[in-house]
Design a protein around this ligand. Sequence first.
Ligand code: AMP
Ligand code: MG
Length: 494
Amino acid sequence: MPAAFHPFTFDNSYVRDLETLCVRWQPSPSPRPQLLRLNADLAQTLGADPAALSSPEGVALFAGNALPEGADPVAQAYAGHQFGGFSPQLGDGRALLLGEVINRHGQRRDIAFKGSGQTPFSRRGDGKCALGPALREYLIGETMHALGIPTTRALAVVATGEMVRRERALPGAILTRVAASHVRVGTFEFVAAHRHTDDLKRLADYVIARHDPDLAEHPHPYLALLEAVAKRQAALVARWLGVGFIHGVMNTDNMALSGETIDYGPCAFLESYHPRTVFSSIDAQGRYAYGRQAAMAQWNLARFAETLLPLIDTDMEKAIADATAVIDAFPEIHQQHWLTVMRAKLGLDDRGDPAADHQLADDFLTCLQRGRRDFTLSFRTLNTLAAGELVAPDNPLLAVGSDFHDWQHRWQARQPERNPALLDAMNHANPWLIPRNHQVEIALEAAVDRNDMAPFEHLLKAIQSPFDANPQHLPYTEPAPADVTASYQTFCGT
Ligand code: AMP
Ligand code: MG
């Protein structure tokens, strides 16, 4: 017998502590797996050797063909509000949690498959993932990581060697995902809908131990948990807005209590600025449009709060009043984070009048909206102006209309001197490069249609340093042609 493959030291707390909220299950094997991408940097953070993970044993692991020692795979149960409607039973229909490892920073991390075959939660789905969506999740997750925004990350993508049936037959893939945890608002909704208060308490205590250990001794730990989760979401959505990110499918089953961005389905980045921008093919009403994301996060938090009521207080009226106060405070907390993000983007210190700075930021956005200006390039142009450098006269920010010039006078009057720290902050708040939607499509198409990973690798390299103006990556900074953006649609990763 060959020695068992042992790339990670697993410690599987979820199945140990919350056995009733998951089902032990095995991945379906892949007929001809091919490792298309390994995240060596992430592997090392997890204490694994990238060479071992690229070996045939590593490929067999990521293909679901041979489990590593210590893995104890489970499909997690959850429910969720999808586009406002409640589904009492969703769950890991095409995913499995392999187990948890403690990374080099002492943090517990889930290692999970997506696309590893049917489970008891598959409903009518095939449990599979197509290659395009797997690569998209890899790319956008790495972008968010490079931008410094909390996110799950992809560890590996294998092509399974099997075709999956969508509108057309597409190559299948398994994505291996690493997350601070996969506990979602929907996990609590599942327990509230199906289980006893005992289970609810066990789940809440688990989340507190894992994500908010300081709250264990709090006099009102469950209300404090609600507050902590709300604060993380308030900050997260502000960070999304700062880089023009549209999640696309902010259902409660896609909101992680850890505060990480999770589930890159029909997501995309803004090109020209408009708050009602939405790219998702399934979001005809614009429920999850760019400018609605904070309101939708608050809506999801209200669903979370409802599940916690029995734990918050035995007096239901008091529980509702306490939880409502937390939900009502969300917009204000989010606005504070948004102002912090915007001040960094505009190169402003935090000594100005908050209301006036808020207005200044809003007016800049209005100016972008009126001129249909590119969100990313316009903010980045401010860095050049703030540094006192020349901006090409055909720069889109300067070229159209005079509204920007009026705004620019106010902006400069607000803070005539910008010290190096503020300029540096601007350089880390206004990316030079984001994954342009047409570039993402080019990269995915080459991989899916021609088995050519080169465009994906080039784009990945570029987005890994989004703040550096590297002339080699200049073509990636160009906005998509307007007609491409107008008809651009992203699809759920199913
Ligand atoms: P998502 O839109 O990826 O967040 O998934 C929503 C729900 O649908 C989750 O319960 C998934 O497990 C399930 N699901 C999505 N795609 C599939 C599939 N191909 N097979 C089975 N279940 C799926
Ligand atoms: Mg999901």
